[in-house]
Design a protein around this ligand. Structure first.
Ligand code: HEC
Ligand code: HEC
Ligand code: HEC
Ligand code: HEC
Ligand code: HEC
Ligand code: HEC
Ligand code: HEC
Ligand code: HEC
Ligand code: HEC
Length: 400
C-alpha cells in the first residue's frame, strides 16, 4: 500500500475530490433520516450516492492495513455486496463522516477490536431499538466487567455487506433465518454452534430448514440477550423447553410425547425446581432440570443409537453426575417421563389404580358418614327446638 499505488491513487483522489466535497455535504444531510425507513428500495440511479471516489481505492480485493499491534484489517469493500445490501442507498460518509480526503485523519485504535468498537455509536441514529436493547444485555454486562471480546453491532453485522433479513409478522427475524443467526454467533461461539449443528434441534435447522426447532435466539434472545449462567435462567429453563414440548400442534408431527413437562413437574426433580422458581428464583438448586439429562446444545433424539438416553449406559452417565453411586439398574427405579400404563410399568399402574379407587372410596365413605351425621344433628335440633321453647322452664323460675 505504498509508493506507486499511493501516488496514482492520490492523483485520482485530487481529481475527484472537488466533485466529492460538493456532493458529500448534501448527501450526508439527506442520508440521516430521523427514523428507520420501511425497506431498502433501491434509489433511482440519479439519486444513488456516488461512492465511486472512495471505491476507486477501496475496491481491490485483498488490500489490508496493519494496526499498531500487528492485527491486519481488510480495507476492501465488495461493491457487489454493498450495492445489493441493506445500506446500498447510503453514502460512505454517512458512517465515515470524518473521512473526506486522503490521507485520512490518523486513527487512534491500537487493535482491530478497538477499531471496531469506535463505531459502537454509529448505528444508533437509524436503529435506536436495537441499540436500546443491547445496552444492558448479557454481552454488555460482560463488557462492563472488563471482557474485551464481547460483540458490538459491527461484529455481528457487516455494515458493508448485510443482505436484507427476512422478517415474520412481528418484524422479528423469520424462522427461515435460523441458520444465519447461528452462523453469526459461530464467529465467537464456534464450539457451541458445532455441537448444535449435530444436535436434534440444529440438524433440523441446518439440514432440513425446519422452522419448528429452536435457534439460539429462541432460548437466549439476540439484542436482548439474557445471562445464561444464573440460577434464575437455570430454574426457568424447563419453561423454555415446554414452550414447544407441551404443544401438540408441533410435537404430534414428530410423534413426540407432550407429557414430558407434566411428568417432569410431577417428578421429585421437577417438583422442587418448580417450587424454587416460584419462591426464590435466584437460589441455587441441585435438582435436575431438563438439560442436566438431555444436554443443551447437543440434545440427541432419545432413540439415537449412540447418544440417545434410551441407551442405558448414556442414561446412567447422566444420572451419575448427581447420583454418583448409580449403576446400570438405577434408572430402572425411575419412571422417566412415562405415565404408568398396563403395558409400561404395570405394577405401578395397578398400585396407582388401586389407590385411585381406594382413596376416593374411603374418603367418600367417610364424607358420607360425616354428612349424614351432620344432617341428623341439624334436623334433630330444628325439630326439638320449637318444642323446648314452647315448654316452660320450671326449675329456673322457681329458683329466681
Ligand atoms: C487515494 C486512495 C483512497 C481514497 C480515495 C480513499 N481511501 Fe480510504 N484508505 C486508503 C488507504 C491506503 C487506507 C489504509 C490506511 C491508510 O493508509 O490510511 C484507507 C483506510 C480507510 C479506512 C480505515 C482507516 C480509518 O481511518 O478509519 C476507512 C474507514 C476508509 N479508508 C474510508 C474511506 C472513505 C469513506 C473514502 C471516501 C471518502 C476513502 N476511504 C477514500 C485509501 C483511500
Ligand atoms: C452503515 C454504515 C457504514 C457505511 C454506509 C459504510 N461503512 Fe465503512 N465501516 C463501517 C463500520 C461500522 C466499520 C468498522 C467495521 C469493522 O471494524 O469491522 C467500517 C469500516 C470501514 C473500513 C475499514 C476496514 C474494515 O472493513 O473494517 C473501510 C475501508 C470502510 N469502512 C470503507 C467504506 C466505504 C468505502 C464505504 C462506502 C462504499 C463505507 N465504508 C460505507 C460502517 C459503514
Ligand atoms: C443512516 C441510517 C443508517 C445507519 C447509520 C445504519 N443503518 Fe442499518 N439500515 C438502514 C436502513 C434504511 C436499513 C433498511 C431498512 C430496514 O431497517 O429494514 C438498514 C438495515 C440494516 C440491517 C438489516 C435489517 C433488515 O431488516 O434487513 C442491519 C442488520 C443493519 N442495518 C445494521 C446496521 C449497523 C450494524 C449499523 C452501524 C454500523 C447500521 N445499520 C447503520 C439505515 C442505517
Ligand atoms: C451478538 C450479535 C449481534 C449484535 C451485537 C447485534 N446484532 Fe443485530 N442481529 C443479530 C442477529 C443474529 C440478527 C438476525 C439476523 C438474521 O436473521 O439473519 C440481528 C438482526 C438485526 C436487525 C434486523 C431487525 C431485528 O431487530 O431483528 C437490525 C436492524 C440489527 N440487527 C441491528 C443491530 C444494531 C444496530 C446493533 C448494535 C446496537 C446490533 N444489531 C447488534 C445479531 C447481533
Ligand atoms: C464477537 C464475538 C461474539 C459474538 C459474535 C457472540 N458472542 Fe456471545 N459472548 C462473547 C464473549 C466474549 C462472551 C463471554 C465469554 C464466554 O461466555 O464465552 C459471550 C457470552 C455469551 C453468553 C453467556 C452470557 C452470560 O453471562 O451468561 C451467551 C448466552 C452468549 N454469549 C450468546 C450469544 C449469542 C446467542 C450470539 C449470537 C446471536 C453471540 N453470543 C454472539 C462473544 C461473542
Ligand atoms: C433449547 C434452548 C437453547 C438453544 C437453542 C441454545 N441455547 Fe445456549 N444455552 C441454553 C441453556 C439452558 C444454557 C445454560 C447451560 C448451563 O447452565 O450449563 C445455555 C448456555 C449458553 C452459553 C453460555 C454458557 C456456555 O456454555 O458457554 C452460550 C455462550 C450459549 N448458550 C450460546 C448459544 C448459541 C450460540 C446457540 C445457537 C447455536 C445456543 N446457545 C442455542 C439453552 C439454549
Ligand atoms: C422452538 C421449539 C422447541 C424448543 C424451545 C425446544 N425444542 Fe426440543 N424439539 C423440538 C422439535 C420440533 C423437535 C423434533 C425435531 C426433529 O425430530 O426433527 C425436538 C426434539 C427434541 C428431543 C428429541 C426427542 C426424540 O426423542 O425424538 C429432545 C430430547 C428435546 N427436543 C429436548 C428439548 C429440551 C431439553 C429443550 C429445552 C432445553 C427443548 N427441547 C426445547 C422443538 C423445540
Ligand atoms: C432425570 C433425567 C431427565 C429429566 C430431568 C428430563 N428428562 Fe426427558 N427424558 C429422559 C429420558 C431418560 C428419556 C428417554 C425415555 C425413554 O424413551 O425410555 C427422556 C425422553 C424425553 C423426550 C422424548 C419423548 C418421546 O416421546 O420420545 C423428550 C421430548 C424429553 N424427554 C424432554 C424433556 C423435557 C422438556 C424436560 C424438562 C421439562 C425433560 N425431558 C426432563 C430423562 C430426563
Ligand atoms: C442435576 C442433578 C441430578 C441429576 C442429573 C439426576 N438427579 Fe435424581 N435427584 C437429584 C436430587 C438433588 C434428588 C433429591 C435427593 C434427595 O432429596 O434426597 C434426586 C432424587 C432422585 C430420586 C429419588 C430417590 C432418591 O435417591 O432420593 C430418584 C429415583 C432419582 N433422583 C433418579 C434419577 C435418575 C434415574 C436420573 C438419571 C436419568 C437422575 N435422577 C438424574 C438430582 C439429580
Amino acid at each position: 500500500m505504498k509508493g506507486n499505488l499511493l501516488l496514482t491513487r492520490s492523483i485520482q483522489f485530487l481529481a475527484l475530490t472537488a466533485v466529492l466535497l460538493l456532493t458529500a455535504g448534501a448527501a450526508y444531510a439527506a442520508q440521516l433520516p430521523g427514523q428507520v425507513q420501511a425497506a431498502p428500495e433501491p434509489l433511482p440511479p440519479a439519486q444513488q450516492p456516488d461512492n465511486s471516489l472512495c471505491l476507486s481505492c477501496h475496491s481491490t480485493p485483498g488490500e489490508e492495513m496493519e494496526m499498531p499491534n500487528g492485527d491486519k484489517l481488510s480495507i476492501y469493500v465488495d461493491m457487489e455486496a454493498y450495492s445489493t445490501g441493506v445500506h446500498a442507498n447510503h453514502a460512505c460518509q454517512t458512517c465515515h463522516p470524518n473521512i473526506v480526503s486522503y490521507p485520512h485523519p490518523a486513527n487512534k485504535a491500537q487493535t482491530a477490536k478497538e477499531y471496531t468498537r469506535q463505531y459502537e455509536a454509529t448505528c444508533t441514529q437509524c436503529h435506536p431499538n436495537q441499540t436500546k436493547a443491547t445496552m444492558d444485555n448479557a454481552h454488555a454486562r460482560l463488557a462492563a466487567e472488563g471482557n474485551p471480546n464481547t460483540p458490538v453491532c459491527a461484529d455481528c453485522h457487516s455494515p458493508h455487506a448485510t443482505a436484507p433479513i427476512v422478517k415474520d409478522a412481528n418484524g422479528d427475524p423469520a424462522q427461515s433465518e435460523n441458520a444465519n443467526i447461528a452462523l453469526i454467533c459461530a464467529n465467537c461461539h464456534s464450539i457451541i454452534v458445532e455441537q448444535y449443528k449435530n444436535s436434534v434441534h440444529g440438524k433440523a435447522v441446518f439440514e432440513e430448514s425446519n422452522p419448528d426447532v429452536p435457534a439460539c435466539d429462541e432460548c437466549h434472545g439476540i439484542h436482548n440477550l439474557t445471562q445464561a449462567r444464573t440460577n434464575e435462567f437455570r430454574l426457568n429453563s424447563p419453561n423454555m423447553c415446554a414452550e414447544c414440548h407441551s404443544r401438540g400442534d408441533i410435537m404430534d408431527k414428530y410423534g413426540i410425547s407432550t407429557e414430558v413437562m407434566n411428568t417432569y413437574v410431577a417428578d421429585f426433580h421437577g417438583t422442587t425446581v418448580t417450587l424454587f422458581e416460584k419462591q426464590s428464583p435466584d437460589q441455587e438448586t441441585n435438582k435436575a432440570v431438563c438439560y442436566d439429562c438431555h444436554g443443551v446444545h447437543d440434545i440427541a433424539a432419545t432413540d439415537d443409537p449412540q447418544k440417545g438416553l434410551q441407551v442405558k449406559q448414556n442414561m446412567m452417565i447422566a444420572c451419575q453426575r448427581c447420583h454418583p453411586d448409580a449403576n446400570e439398574n438405577f434408572p430402572d427405579s425411575w419412571l422417566s417421563h412415562y405415565i404408568p400404563s398396563k403395558d409400561k410399568y404395570p405394577l405401578v399402574y395397578y398400585v396407582q389404580l388401586f389407590y385411585n379407587i381406594l382413596i376416593p372410596a374411603a374418603l367418600g365413605g367417610m364424607g358420607l358418614i360425616v354428612a349424614t351425621d351432620i344432617y341428623r344433628r341439624v334436623t334433630d335440633k330444628l325439630v326439638r327446638k320449637p318444642k323446648e321453647a314452647a315448654a316452660p322452664a320450671p326449675e329456673e323460675k322457681k329458683e329466681g
